[in-house]
Design a protein around this ligand. Structure first.
Ligand code: SF4
Length: 459
């Protein structure tokens, strides 16, 4: 069954990258070079599946495997909840050597039963890991039996770490949603302005910068798949009129299959930066009107965009002159590889280059068009080269994830976290304000003048 699902994902018609892979590359799953076990935090398919499903905040997430799998990626993203906190409880069967010898199915069933009795969640997601896949525990069968006996959806997530990298796990989680969750319940009411966001994980509250805009426009967010999500909302997501795919690679299979099964058109967009936020709102409004929403939505959207753009310009006016002409090196990936360029260029900054790891061909095209001749696209930028660029003063600031922050600090260059480990929401108009204020703060921090001054013994 797993082999069939894996093959199926590699043949996903909307994913040109996977389809172009040879058999050897397919073994590595999505993404580039495989990680070295023990030398990386997270990054396996199980981890990817958990990233997608764990933000269903009222459900229980039970990891069937050794305790280290759960601990491995614990709390590396700040996908926030506005209500239920059950998703933050780490449930695991914590397999021991004896379970490996005798099998862990009974232990798994007992764990599910205990979770249902103690917490009564709307659903339990059960994650397979490398060990339980290799010892042959039939998780799907245990989940089916538990669903029947406990009268609760108990959903198997068959994405053991060894089948590929994180990106592959996100797609496997998408298949789980399509098979067991989306379309299993009907909403009480539907409106012509119902939408879903796919691949929006509410990192540090990103989603909460966008939902007020939807509310002001009279757009109803049926489900964010999945960020600050509730299980029953996701079950009803098939009645949306439009899907917006926020992260290009992660749930492309979900967008395509929802269009096939329920006729929901989708587009790929971003809420990073002023231009992209405005463009995404315009596209949503237009697509909803095309599907029957009142045409006045277009006018309301334009009015809101004009007001918000003017507000952002006014709030940022005191710091924009200091940002103008400053050079940034962007080391991110996926949709951020281009959408953050647009956000920086809007503020008058120059991007000397961006990494295009985990980016689709379309992402690369957009990044290249935005950079023009002034910037470079890197499939990978070894830390040695990154250090050399920063040391030579080619960039005034590095925007990246935490793993490369020390390269910047070693080169005495300002750095700001632009990845999922960050603690600030950067989406929408308010997020743009926070993003650019953060850059300004990093650039103008007096510490740089101090650390760049030669020590007295070198004078
Ligand atoms: S699922 Fe496998 S690769 Fe992933 S953390 Fe567990 S043992 Fe490691």
């Amino acid at each position: 069954m797993l082999q069939h699902t894996l093959q199926h994902l590699f043949d996903e018609p909307s994913c040109a990258t996977n389809r172009a892979k040879d058999p050897k590359a397919r073994k590595q799953g999505c993404g580039g070079k495989p990680l070295t076990p023990g030398n990386a935090a997270g990054g396996c398919a199980f981890d990817g599946a958990k990233i997608v499903l764990q933000p269903i905040t009222d459900a229980a997430h039970l990891v069937h495997g050794p305790i280290a799998c759960e601990g491995n990626s614990w709390d590396s993203r700040h996908s926030l909840s506005s209500g239920p906190m059950l998703y933050r409880t780490g449930f695991t069967t914590d397999l021991s050597e004896l379970d490996v010898i005798y099998g862990g199915e009974k232990k798994l069933y007992k764990a599910i039963k205990e979770i249902v009795a103690r917490y009564d969640p709307p659903a339990v997601f059960v994650y397979q890991t490398c060990v339980t896949a290799m010892i042959g525990d039939d998780i799907a069968k245990v989940c089916a039996a538990a669903t029947e006996r406990l009268h609760k959806p108990v959903i198997p997530v068959i994405a053991p770490g060894f089948v590929g990298k994180k990106n592959f796990g996100t797609k496997l989680a998408g298949e789980v949603l399509l098979e067991y969750v989306i379309g299993t319940e009907e909403p009480d009411v539907t409106t012509p302005t119902d939408i879903n966001l796919l691949g929006e994980y509410n990192v540090s509250g990103d989603l909460w910068n966008v939902t007020p805009l939807f509310k002001r426009l009279g757009i109803r967010l049926l489900a964010a798949i999945t960020g600050d999500a509730r299980y029953h909302d996701v079950t009803k997501a098939h009645r949306a009129r439009v899907n917006m795919m926020v992260c290009s690679q992660a749930l492309i299979n979900v967008a395509r299959k929802m269009e096939e099964r329920w006729g929901i058109p989708w587009f790929e967009g971003s809420f990073y930066g002023v231009p992209e936020t405005s463009k995404s709102l315009r596209t949503i409004a237009k697509m909803l009107v095309d599907r029957g929403a009142d045409v006045s939505l277009l006018k309301r959207t334009e009015a809101l965009i004009a007001r918000e753009e003017a507000r952002v310009a006014e709030v940022l006016a005191p710091i924009l002159p200091a940002l103008k002409g400053k050079k940034a090196l962007l080391y991110s990936g996926g949709v951020k590889s281009w959408s953050m360029i647009a956000a920086l260029q809007w503020a008058g900054m120059q991007v000397i280059g961006t990494s295009v790891r985990k980016a689709t061909d379309d992402d690369k095209r957009r990044a290249s068009a935005l950079l023009g001749d002034s910037g470079t696209l890197w499939e990978s930028l070894p830390q040695r080269e990154m250090y050399a660029k920063l040391k030579a003063g080619e960039a005034d600031i590095l925007l990246s994830g935490g793993r490369t922050q020390y390269v910047a600090l070693k080169a005495k260059t300002p750095w700001m976290d632009s990845n999922q480990e960050r603690h600030t929401a950067y989406a929408g108009y308010d997020g743009t304000i926070a993003f650019l204020k953060g850059i300004h703060k990093a650039l103008t921090n007096p510490i740089w003048a101090q650390v760049r001054t030669p020590p007295p013994w070198e004078e």
